[in-house]
Design a protein. Structure first.
Length: 119
């Protein structure tokens, strides 16, 4: 059981359990925080995240390749996928890194394109 809640910042790379439960049988997967800490995360205790995957064989529209793996804390070639979900921050296992500026810009552009009909 977790004892400390990680309060996420936008563009943090975190590890979350999948499926999204606190069971010991879940697998740990990376995800990218896309919601703002002040506007959402700290106010509600949840964060909006995007999937991070190494599955290059199954490209999705708006996939963003992470170019600075070291800054992101990722061990291998990965993409941020526009599979968005909301997760209780108590289920975040740990922060492993944060996207570099170039990768942040690319992800922000993809999110803007994804949600442009709302603007």
């Amino acid at each position: 059981m977790r004892t400390r809640t990680v309060i996420c910042e936008a563009f943090d790379v975190v590890v979350v359990p999948f499926p999204f439960t606190d069971r010991a049988t879940s697998k740990r997967r990376p995800a990218l925080v896309v919601s703002d800490r002040a506007a959402f995360n700290s106010r509600i205790g949840h964060a909006v995240l995007a999937m991070i995957t190494s599955a290059a064989h199954s490209a999705w529209p708006l996939d963003v390749r992470v170019t600075d793996l070291k800054a992101a804390g990722l061990p291998s070639t990965s993409v941020v996928r526009m599979k968005l979900f909301t997760l209780d921050q108590e289920l975040v296992i740990r922060k492993v890194g944060s996207l570099a500026a170039k990768d942040r810009q690319a992800v922000a552009a993809a999110v803007r394109t994804l949600l442009k009909s709302l603007a």
